[in-house]
Write a protein that binds this ligand. Sequence first.
Ligand code: VAH
Length: 314
Amino acid sequence: CWTSAPLARFLGTSPRQIPADANFYSSSFSGTDQPRVLITGPFIYSDILDYKNLREIVVNNRITWLFHYSALLSAIGEANVSLARAVNITGLHNVLDVAAEHNLRLFVPSTIGAFGPTSPRNPTPDICIQRPRTIYGVSKVHAELMGEYYHYRYGLDFRCLRYPGIISADSQPGGGTTDYAVQIFHDAVKNGKFECNLKSSTRLPMMYIDDCLRATLEVMEAPAESLSMRTYNVNAMSFTPEDLAQELLKHIPEFQITYNVDSVRQAIADSWPMNFDDSNARKDWGWKHDFDLPELVTTMLNFHGSDTRVAQAN
Ligand code: VAH
């Protein structure tokens, strides 16, 4: 629940320096106004449901910023609702309480999954009806509302971004509905073909991991007075499996895509935004994405081409 390897590696870029040989899967922020990454060893195992242990970690490591990533994603949450409810809701309560008790600056990610079939879909603004149809989405709306309550009731410095589907090549797949957009690279490079579990016309907001991590750090570093909201949509691109396949064909001419639709994932995807309106993030704290679809495909294929590591979804 502290950070993931991609965020740790991203933090290795200037001006935040991490020893080049650091290879750790969790880090904690400590320090005063600037996040100084305290390398806490390869990682700390902590159970998000163990409030006492979370509090010990915060106190023992002088944590002042907390990035809370523990959650079951959309599709896997539907397969285990009771676990998703425990981790995504009770776990969040623990993090809110430890953050309020120790005056932490708290980042909690939300998602396009926090909207539902009655939300405007094209585009979806920051403020609109949110009636998601997954335990993941319900838990994320709860996180947004609880974080804002703790901010107004207790002064907690709570900050939240609604992420699109995040595409990366070095973090474990998490059972998401947008996972196809990562698996396709792995299969295209290894087999030259891919079987997609969503319809070819399914348009979803997506973002490359480096944009995601930079948005996260930029909103956490933004002066409090610049934030007109505590929860923002952030966007980069929206595409369909067909769009992605056409872009891949420019690099792998023999690539073939077939479709075997997963009805559970398709129903989830059909209830989500097609395009995100992130104008408030761009106005308040200067958000601007770097990766559009062509840059995404080139970057992901270069990563695969170098060492053909398995691409994994976030
Ligand atoms: C999922 N990748 O598909 C996650 C994400 C935008 C959705 O939160 O569940």
